[in-house]
Design a protein around this ligand. Structure first.
Ligand code: ZN
Length: 132
């Protein structure tokens, strides 16, 4: 027998075998870390979407006495026709008529806006974010 450790394998076969094992371990680790990053990215995206869906895109501003004002959180960043929400960061081509209807809805039901903001804050905390 001229094999190493009586395995019946030639020395070079063992080297090739070990190299193959090491390479496959590296490959597995590499793929794994890529998948984890993708997963985190996807989860982050899902959370953002959840927050954006929960966001009323309006803010209730208390004025003097019992008066209040429903203020839109959308603004137009420079150099774009899209609107961006200050709170959830969603970027959208705003349907202004629909937005005005929503505003009127909240003017009539300020409690609905308070509830939605509370829900959003809860969700933001749950996903590890705090609503700005
Ligand atoms: Zn929003």
């Amino acid at each position: 027998m001229n094999g190493v450790l009586n395995t019946g394998l030639e020395f070079w076969q063992i080297i090739v075998g070990l190299t193959a094992i090491v390479l496959s371990v590296i490959a597995i680790k590499f793929t794994f870390s890529i998948d984890v990053n993708k997963l985190l990215e996807r989860r982050d995206k899902n959370n953002s979407q959840k927050l954006q869906n929960a966001c009323p895109h309006f803010q209730l501003v208390g004025l003097e006495g019992k008066e209040f004002e429903v203020r839109s959180l959308f603004y137009k960043p420079a150099g774009t026709f899209m609107h961006k929400c200050r709170q959830c960061g969603v970027i959208t081509a705003l349907d202004e008529e629909q937005h005005e209807r929503d505003a009127n809805h909240y003017v009539k039901n300020p409690q609905a806006l308070i509830d939605e903001q509370a829900k959003l804050t809860k969700l933001a905390k749950k996903t590890g974010r705090v609503a700005k």
